[in-house]
Design a binder for this molecule. Sequence first.
Ligand code: ADE
Ligand code: ZN
Length: 335
Amino acid sequence: MTDLTAYIAGLPKAELHLHIEGSLEPELMFELAQRNGVSIPFDSVEAVRAAYDFSNLQDFLDIYYAGANVLLTRQDFEDLAFAYFQRAAADNVRHAEIFFDPQTHTDRGVAFGVVVEGLIAGMDRAKTELGVTSGLILSFLRHLTEEEAFATLEMAKPYLHHFIGVGLDSSEVGHPPSKFVRVFAAARELGLKLCAHAGEEGPPAYVHEALDLLHIDRMDHGNRSMEDESLIQRLSAEQMTLTVCPLSNLKLCVVKDLKDHPVPEMLRRGLHVTLNSDDPAYFGGYVNANYIRLAEAVGLSKEQVTEMAKNSFEGSFLPDAQKLKYMAEVDAYAA
Ligand code: ADE
Ligand code: ZN
């Protein structure tokens, strides 16, 4: 283990971009398929992993939504969440703000409450058994209509106190932020924070829309902002937190090689970058693997790694006092 690898392993960090359905490891997928009598189109764990060879976002999403079919009961969602938190705790993640896609489940007949109660049970266990705190972000599927997003927000109302925010994910190209202006405004009225995937595959114009029309508090990915000088300056001036996901970008061919990853340039231009795992069961690594593989590929310094860990707490939706406490822990570790 290099010095920097060991340093990253012990660094306190938050994870701000994690789809809980994307943490479903093939082993758990098989276990849940058997437990629930659901058939999956694979003979073995190895065959599942071999199928994870994607050439773009849609390739991945097709397999990711199929994988989620094994999730049916409250216990399934609790097991899924707790398995993620065990991995996260092993990576010294102290706080995680996790996305879930309610429509992926309600459209299969799984009740909204089953999903939320299961995830919350897993999150409660993470706090008491692992000391990892967390928040839940309800993400709308952008390939569906705004009307369907509104129906989902309506289902969420009895559970509102469980959510810290809303997000926007799934197939980006062809589904710009402008499609969801009204439902994002309604979510804001309910006191929720706003995130959106923007500039992962979509053009810089979509990033402008996420800022100008959705008024997001945090941007997921944001890679293609680097094609637009005015965006770079704006994101820097506004100190917008970007939840960047290097191994996801590699697996989904957003970058050809990790050596070409924009993080060093983002940092150089003063962007508020954080590193995250996105869908770790599908992309080959949890948060520490994202730090380590990127650091190896582009030659990150200890200072840059520390800056991103601090950004992860600063860019979280925690109360200010808690942010400061965690950021001081990062400083103490770095010293
Ligand atoms: N859903 C899960 N992971 C995603 C990603 N990287 N982009 C868009 N939607 C997603
Ligand atoms: Zn994502």
